[in-house]
Design a protein around this ligand. Structure first.
Ligand SMILES: [Ca+2]
Length: 231
């Protein structure tokens, strides 16, 4: 009988130990998920499209909040390399237009690791101005493309979720008024947690007008800890 009791005791102890290890394992995995990440790599950072049917480079998606009544399926953001309209990297880039009716073409994606407070984020991006609306799709050939776009700036917005209305402007460039590609560095520190970032053209000043911006070759987002100075 004593042998049986001892065996039972050992069996229960093994079960408890196994259970504890399992919980500990889960906690460890959860901790690892939130470990400091020095880099966040964007998907398709060169904004390449496999062919002319991809009018928005995958897996980038525009956010409807900036589009007013314009539907995502009607956007034609992909630009294909040509002598007059060269990409900075690879065979494609995107053009993001802002219009006087308030519509802003844009692209964004969910980040592998979120933007969170206490950290500083830095990204490099190549930008150029173009006054022309390029025709890349038969639908656009149905009307005369615009040729009088004006310079705008690039803004980066953070979103907590895809439906989040409490989004935040994280960083912005000066107005981009040069035809040649130039590299810009954008840095921000977040006051909230943002799982998505969106690249959006923004007007100079408070009046809306028709503006256009070419974007290519986004870098990895570099993450550094903010060191607080002692007072
Ligand atoms: Ca590219």
């Amino acid at each position: 009988m004593q042998k049986l009791t001892t065996s039972l005791y050992i069996a229960i102890s093994i079960c408890l130990l196994a259970g504890h290890q399992s919980v500990w394992g889960q906690q460890q995995r959860r901790t690892e998920k939130w470990r400091f990440q020095p880099e966040i790599k964007l998907r398709n950072a060169s904004l390449e499209s496999p062919n002319k049917n991809f009018v928005i480079p995958p897996p980038w998606k525009p956010h409807p909040i900036f589009l007013g009544s314009t539907e995502i399926k009607d956007l034609r953001l992909t630009r294909f390399y040509s002598q007059e309209n060269p990409s900075q990297d690879g065979g494609n880039h995107v053009a993001l237009a802002a219009f006087e009716d308030g519509v802003r073409e844009n692209i964004g994606q969910r980040l592998r690791y979120p933007v969170i407070p206490g950290l500083r984020f830095t990204i490099e991006v190549w930008l150029a101005f173009s006054p022309f609306q390029t025709q890349v799709h038969p639908i656009q050939s149905l009307f005369d493309p615009k040729t009088d776009f004006k310079p705008v700036k690039l803004q980066i917005y953070g979103f907590a979720s895809q439906t989040d209305l409490g989004n935040a402007l994280l960083a912005e460039t000066p107005v981009i008024d040069h035809y040649q590609w130039k590299k810009y560095t954008l840095t921000w520190e977040a006051t909230g947690r943002y799982d998505y970032i969106y690249f959006v053209p923004g007007w100079e000043g408070t009046t809306f007008y028709d503006g256009n911006l070419h974007v290519d070759n986004l870098s990895i987002i570099k993450v550094t800890r903010i060191r607080k100075t002692k007072e």
